[in-house]
Every structure is written in C-alpha cells, then in structure tokens.
Design a protein around this ligand. Structure first.
Ligand SMILES: [Zn+2]
Length: 175
C-alpha cells in the first residue's frame, strides 16, 4: 500500500465529514481470499480489488458507509474444476456498531451491521469482507457453454448470483 494512505481510519470523523475514500488492494494480499482463489496457472498475481468507501452519518446518529467493491476474481468451478474469472461489482450499505454500544438497529434498516471495537475500522478488512459476501457460495462457470462438465447441455445460470441457495439445492439433488 502506498505510504500516506492509512488503512485503519476513524469512521465517526469520516462520517461527520462525509468523506469518500478509494483504495486498490492486490487480491493476493487479502488473507481470507487465499483459500478462495484458484491457481492462476503461472500468472504473477490474482489481480486487484478496487474499493470505494462513502462515509455518512445515518438518521440513527450512527456512522455508516456505502462500500463498493470491483474485482475480477479467479475461482475454481465446482462442477468442472476449471478456473474461471468471476466479475464482482457489488455495493453494500454498512452501519458501524461499536460493541459497547449495542443498541438494536432500526427495524426497517436494510444495512449490514459491521462490528468495530476501538473506534477505528480497517478499510482492507472491510473491503475483503464485502468481496467475500459478493462471491457465490458454490462457484460455477459464468458461461455454462464453457463448463467442462455441463453434461446436460447448456443451462441458464444467469440468475445464479442472486439465488445462491437455489444453486446449492440443485447441486444437492444431484448427489
Ligand atoms: Zn465449470
């Protein structure tokens, strides 16, 4: 990471300022991604993740952020075991929650609670968390025609990302 770009930031102050931060992280530098990434067959790296963080003070008075993560992640298809590029372009609404201040969220809130202990949040960890949430539970080739083991012919899996549990059920039925 370039010097002068702090990773751990004071989210309350940033929210009060309405700050927007941008970061780029090599996927290889994200410890929780290492188990997920497929071998990139001789490639020097697994590419990078571009993240943006727009901080704001919410109507509840708490700090929140809109986090956007963009990356092309090299995953292993669970059907044919080939590596394939999975494009991620995800946006999440976060509400920061300090553990000692565990007031419940407003019931209508659609925001993800993100627990923070010491008033500082690691932007890298937050971006990594959001990237992991955006990945499919069961990775399968984005283009079914390319899937080496598509025994039943091409299937429509275009809605896969939005209904990962349906895909999982589908897999369970076959076993
Ligand atoms: Zn496949």
């Amino acid at each position: 990471m370039a010097p002068g770009l702090p990773d751990r930031v004071d989210y309350v102050r940033l929210a009060a300022d309405g700050a927007r931060l941008e970061r780029v992280y090599p996927l290889d530098a994200m410890p929780r991604m290492r188990d997920v990434l497929a071998d990139a067959c001789g490639a020097d790296s697994h590419g990078s993740l571009a993240a943006s963080f727009e901080f704001a003070t919410l109507s509840t008075g708490r700090a929140g952020a809109t986090v956007t993560v963009k990356a092309e992640v090299w995953l292993t298809c669970q059907r044919c075991l080939q590596g394939f590029a999975f494009p991620v372009d995800a946006r999440s609404e976060i509400e920061f929650a300090a553990s000692e201040f565990a007031a419940p969220q407003a019931p209508e809130s659609q925001r993800e609670l993100y627990a923070v202990t010491d008033g500082l949040v690691s932007l890298r960890e937050l971006a990594e968390e959001e990237l992991l949430l955006a990945l499919p539970i069961v990775a399968m080739c984005v283009a079914p025609a390319n899937c080496g083991a598509a025994a039943g012919g091409p299937r429509d899996v275009s809605g896969e990302r939005s209904r990962p549990f349906a895909v999982l059920q589908d897999l369970l039925k076959k076993t």
